[in-house]
Design a protein around this ligand. Structure first.
Ligand SMILES: Cc1cc2nc3c(=O)[nH]c(=O)nc-3n(C[C@H](O)[C@H](O)[C@H](O)COP(=O)(O)OP(=O)(O)OC[C@H]3O[C@@H](n4cnc5c(N)ncnc54)[C@H](O)[C@@H]3O)c2cc1C
Length: 444
C-alpha cells in the first residue's frame, strides 16, 4: 500500500483533476478556425498536427452553386470537416483546393414519412452539436453518435464514425438519402432506389465518392438516458460484454492498463420525468462530463516519467472503481466531449466473438511493452458496433468489437508504437478506423 493507494492521495488527485479540467475547458482544443488559420499558399494541418498538405487554395462556400463552381475550377478538390481525422483522408495535391463547409451547415427541414417515422434534411457541413441543437428545438434526436460532437456530419459519415451498442450501427446507417456533387460538378440525388450503388459507396465514402452536399437521415423523438458507471473486474466484462452490448441501449468499457479493472458505462432509456433538476444536478453534470478529460490531462502532466505513469494507472484504477449515475438528454449524456488533445489514436475492429481472445493478447503484450513505451498515456477502450450493409464500412455484415488505444501526450504517436499496435492486431486480421491512424493503403 503506497502513497498512491492512500485515500488522501485519491482525494487530492480528484481535486486536482477537477481544477485541471476547468482550466482545460476554458481552452477547449479540437477547434480549427478554417477561415482565419488558412489562406491561399499556407500549409493546412489536421487538429492533431500529424497530417499536412499545401493546397493551391482554400474555400468556404455558403451555397451549393459556389461549391459546384469550386469543383469545376480545380483538378483536385477535397472537403475537410472539423479536421479531426488522424489519417490523411482530407489532404489534397498542391494544384488542388481544400474546402470547408462550416458556412454550408443549415438545418433544412424535417419530413414525416408515410409510416410515421421522421427524417431530417441538412447541409453537409453541419456539426453534430449544431444538429443536436436544431433537432432538440423540434423535440427530436439522433439515435447514435460518436464520443464527441464537434465533428461535421459529413466527416462523421465519411469515416463510419460510431458509438457503442450492438443495437445500433455507425452513424452512416441512419442515412436514407444524399445529394452528391461529382468530380465534374454534376449533382446526383442517391438513395436505396436511385443509384443504389453510389448510395452504398457514399454513405461511408472516405471523402472520395463525390462531395456530400445535403444529407437526409433518420431521427426519432428526443429521448433521455440513465447512465451508470461501475468499476468491475476485467474478466467479468470480458465474459458479459457482448450480451450487455446486445441488451442495453448503449454500452462500452475501458481497461485501466496494468490493473485488473474495467470501467463499464451503460445507458438505459428512461422517461423525461426522471430528469432531476437543481444546482447540485448541474454541478454533477459538469464534473462527470469532464472527468475523463481531466484524468487524461492530469496524466499528461506526468507523461514523461515512467514511475509516475505506473502511479497514475494505480490511481486511475481506484477512480474507475467509483460508481456514478446520471440522467440526461441523449445528446448530452452519450457524448464524452471531454477528451484532451489526442496525439495518437488507433482503432482496430474484429468480429465480436473474438473480443476476449484479442483483448487477452493485447493486455499481455501491452503490459510487457509498457516499459518501452512508458509515456503512453491513455486507456484502452472497447466498444461495439452493429453490422451494416454499407460497402466501405468496417462493419459490413459483421457485428464488431472496436478496440481504441489513444494517448494525449508522450511518444504514442511515434512510429514504433503504431507499429507495435498494428503488428498485434494484424495477427487477428483486424480492420481499422479509416479516420484514425492506420496502415490502410489509399491505393486499395
Ligand atoms: C477527440 C476525438 C474523438 C473521436 N471519437 C470518435 C468516436 O467516438 N467514434 C468514432 O468512430 N470516431 C471517433 N473519432 C474519429 C472521427 O469521428 C472521424 O475522424 C471523423 O471523420 C471526424 O470528422 P471531421 O468532421 O473532423 O472530418 P474530417 O477529419 O475533416 O474529414 C474526414 C473525411 O470526411 C471527408 N469529408 C468531410 N466533409 C465531406 C463532404 N462534405 N463530402 C465528402 N467528404 C467529406 C473528408 O474529405 C475526409 O475524407 C474521434 C476523433 C477525435 C479527434
Amino acid at each position: 500500500m503506497g502513497l498512491v493507494s492512500s485515500p488522501l492521495f485519491v482525494v487530492l488527485f480528484s481535486m486536482s483533476v477537477l481544477l485541471i479540467s476547468m482550466a482545460y475547458n476554458l481552452s477547449l482544443g479540437y477547434e480549427q478556425d478554417f477561415a482565419s488559420e488558412f489562406t491561399n499558399g499556407s500549409t493546412w494541418h489536421n487538429v492533431a498536427g500529424n497530417v499536412q498538405c499545401r493546397p493551391k487554395a482554400f474555400h468556404q462556400p455558403s451555397t451549393e452553386a459556389e461549391l459546384i463552381s469550386i469543383v469545376k475550377s480545380y483538378p483536385h478538390v477535397k472537403v475537410v470537416g472539423a479536421a479531426h481525422s488522424f489519417s490523411p483522408l482530407a489532404t489534397v495535391p498542391e494544384d488542388g483546393a481544400l474546402v470547408n463547409l462550416d458556412r454550408y451547415n443549415a438545418f433544412l427541414k424535417v419530413e414525416v414519412l408515410p409510416d410515421g417515422s421522421k427524417v431530417a434534411i441538412v447541409q453537409a457541413g453541419i456539426r453534430i452539436y449544431q444538429l443536436d441543437a436544431a433537432l432538440a428545438a423540434r423535440g427530436l434526436a439522433i439515435s447514435t453518435r460518436g464520443a464527441i460532437s464537434r465533428q461535421s456530419l459529413a466527416g462523421v459519415l465519411s469515416t463510419a464514425t460510431h458509438g457503442s451498442s450492438l443495437q445500433h450501427g455507425c452513424v452512416s446507417s441512419l442515412v436514407t438519402r444524399m445529394r452528391l456533387i461529382d468530380g465534374k460538378g454534376g449533382v446526383m440525388e442517391v438513395d436505396a432506389s436511385h443509384y443504389p450503388d453510389v448510395f452504398n459507396a457514399a454513405r461511408v465514402g472516405l471523402g472520395v465518392i463525390g462531395i456530400i452536399s445535403t444529407v437526409t437521415l433518420q431521427v426519432e423523438d428526443e429521448f433521455y438516458l440513465y447512465r451508470d458507471e461501475h468499476g468491475v473486474p476485467v474478466e467479468d466484462v470480458l465474459v458479459a460484454g457482448e450480451q450487455l452490448a446486445r441488451e442495453k441501449d448503449y454500452f462500452f468499457w475501458y481497461w485501466v492498463p496494468l490493473t485488473g479493472i474495467a470501467k463499464t458505462f451503460t445507458w438505459t432509456r428512461v422517461p423525461k420525468e426522471q430528469m432531476p433538476g437543481g444546482v447540485w444536478y448541474l454541478v454533477q453534470r459538469f464534473f462527470q462530463a469532464t472527468a475523463i478529460r481531466a484524468e487524461a490531462a492530469f496524466a499528461a502532466v506526468f507523461a514523461n516519467n515512467p514511475g509516475y505513469i505506473y502511479s497514475f494507472y494505480g490511481v486511475a484504477g481506484h477512480r474507475a472503481n467509483v460508481s456514478n449515475v446520471l440522467v440526461g438528454e441523449s445528446s448530452h449524456i452519450m457524448e464524452v466531449n471531454t477528451l484532451p488533445d489526442l496525439k495518437f489514436d488507433v482503432e482496430y475492429y474484429v468480429p465480436v466473438a473474438r473480443c476476449k481472445e484479442v483483448f487477452d493478447a493485447f493486455r499481455g503484450n501491452f503490459t510487457v511493452d509498457l516499459a518501452k513505451h512508458h509515456n503512453i498515456v491513455g486507456v484502452f477502450t472497447v466498444r461495439y458496433v452493429k453490422g451494416d450493409d454499407i460497402w466501405m464500412s468496417p462493419f459490413y455484415k459483421t457485428d464488431t468489437c472496436a478496440f481504441d488505444v489513444f494517448s494525449s501526450k508522450g511518444d504514442g504517436h511515434k512510429p514504433e508504437f503504431l507499429e507495435f499496435v498494428h503488428t498485434l492486431f494484424s495477427k487477428f486480421n483486424a480492420s481499422s478506423h479509416p479516420g484514425k491512424m492506420n496502415h490502410l493503403d489509399p491505393e486499395v
